[in-house]
Ligand binder design. Structure first.
Ligand code: GLU
Length: 465
């Protein structure tokens, strides 16, 4: 472990939404920094101007805020440091750690084709590697003079010791002919300038780490600790992709209707473990998180498990907060909210997602006559309509409209009709909610109130046509 104060960073390229894999990378960096009382920085890698959009940047910031991943200080934008990147490339040029390469596209193609013909990996072999004199007026790129002998070893905190022969590392470009820095250079310079001590990211960047180390060593800068986390795979074992659906964090919130604490908990467990613990609060996560327990093999995304975990967090959540979330989904007005809050203890045990929770609450706010779904309609037979009429007669006489009186009355009607309670409860549910599932029938009656309940029952006492 480095003795410098811990600084981590999340460095997304703003070319799309906040990918669920990126969110996990952000979470791990955030947790590691918070665990060590260090800093967690956010750097937007917007050097690819053509593909970076303001919308994508907003989606990233939004997703991180939603997940409660606050970053220290302002967010950095990589494109602001171009001059600094170029400056470092020129310093490497001066120290002999880099060179001006004047190879033409044709020469490069020639080398690439020769490698293909000879079936060997293409590795640039620039004739300019050892020529220091400038060729006035000719376009050039600045390439690193990568070491050719020996090997580079990374003691990765997740992958373990990884060794690459230096002969495999090519003289990659630091600065393009238009003076723009490459990703490889920009990342290293920014990480150094931001004081980053731990680079925690997807293992698709492990190969880059060897190239980045070459720059760091050429500059004599402190080396960060690397932790390359295996990527997330889909349920079928293939790398998580569009095909698996729901890639952006925003769709977990909006389309799947998940709570941020459930997504955070799930992402944490996806690739990191603390014994058999499944439910881990943010506070516990900060206390326990370490790199030693990040798994070495890719984890599979299990949507069902995530949904069940979300169900747990829905049941834990404050009723007022859930009511706000559902009210937004259903487009309710403020004066409809109190009923939703009142109903929440009955609604939330039946829902794993906010989509299901909102769906279960619809009956409270629909206006008469209700749309009765097919299953519920099939319960409204001649016999059951007669039972509904009897129930209506009895309920209309009740002095108190509370759960206890309602239960006694409904039981009495069932008994008088010579049927089990369920035989009456089912058509009652159909009449009151238009569905075959809902909270307990006495709760439904109590929540809807006398007038609305009696009117809904009356609507179904006779066939509609
Ligand atoms: N911008 C890179 C990406 O989005 C990450 C760079 C890094 O973490 O070093 O994949």
């Amino acid at each position: 472990m480095s003795s410098r104060p811990v600084v981590t960073r999340f460095a997304p390229s703003p070319t799309g939404f906040l990918h669920i894999g990126g969110a996990r990378t952000a979470l791990f960096n955030w947790l590691f920094a918070r665990h060590h009382g260090g800093k967690f920085l956010l750097r937007i890698e917007d050097t690819d101007k053509a593909r970076s959009t303001g919308e994508a940047i907003d989606a990233i910031l939004d997703g991180m805020r939603w997940l409660g991943l606050d970053w220290d200080g302002h967010e950095y934008y990589q494109s602001q440091f171009w001059a600094r990147h170029a400056d470092i490339a020129h310093r490497m040029l001066e120290s002999g750690a880099a060179y001006r390469c004047y190879m033409t596209p044709e020469e490069l193609t020639g080398q690439r084709e020769a490698a293909q013909r000879e079936r060997r990996p293409f590795r640039i072999d620039s004739p300019w590697r050892d020529i220091a004199e400038e060729q006035a007026g000719k376009p050039f790129v600045i390439r690193i003079k990568a070491p050719r002998e020996g090997e580079t070893v990374i003691d990765d905190r997740v992958q373990g010791r990884v060794t690459v022969q230096n002969a495999e590392i090519d003289d990659f470009i630091l600065l393009r002919s238009d003076g723009s820095p490459t990703y490889m250079l920009a990342v290293v310079v920014d990480d150094h300038d931001m004081g980053v001590t731990h680079v925690i990211r997807g293992d698709d960047h492990l190969n880059n780490a060897f190239r980045q180390l070459a720059i760091i060593r050429a500059m004599g800068w402190p080396e960060p600790v690397y932790a390359h986390v295996p990527l997330i795979h889909g349920p079928d074992g293939a790398k998580l992709s569009k095909r698996h659906g729901a890639l952006g964090v925003d769709s977990y919130r909006d389309e799947l209707g998940l709570l941020p604490e459930a997504v955070g908990n799930y992402l944490l467990r996806l690739g990191w473990g603390h014994g058999d613990d499944e439910i881990i609060s943010r506070e516990q996560a900060v206390q326990w998180f370490d790199l030693d327990h990040v798994g070495k093999s890719p984890s599979r995304f299990d949507f069902k498990k995530l949904e069940n975990l979300n169900g747990h967090y829905i049941r834990e959540a404050d009723d007022g907060r859930l009511a706000d979330l559902v009210a937004t989904r259903l487009g309710l007005t403020d004066d409809q909210k109190p009923l939703l809050v009142e109903a929440m203890p009955e609604l939330k045990p039946r829902a794993n997602t906010l989509v299901q929770l909102a769906d279960g609450a619809v009956f409270l706010f629909t206006t008469r006559p209700l749309d009765v779904d097919e299953g519920a309609a099939s319960l409204l037979t001649t016999d059951s309509r007669a039972l509904l009429a009897a129930a209506h007669g009895k309920l209309a006489t009740l002095a108190e409209w509370d759960a206890a009186s309602l239960e006694a009355a409904v039981r009495e009607v069932a008994e008088a009709g010579g049927v089990k309670l369920g035989k009456l409860a089912q058509p009652l549910r159909a009449a009151l909610t238009g569905r075959t599932t809902s909270p307990g029938i006495f709760d439904v009656l109590a929540l809807l109130g006398r007038e609305e309940s009696l009117a809904r029952i009356a609507d179904q006492m006779e066939p509609n046509e």
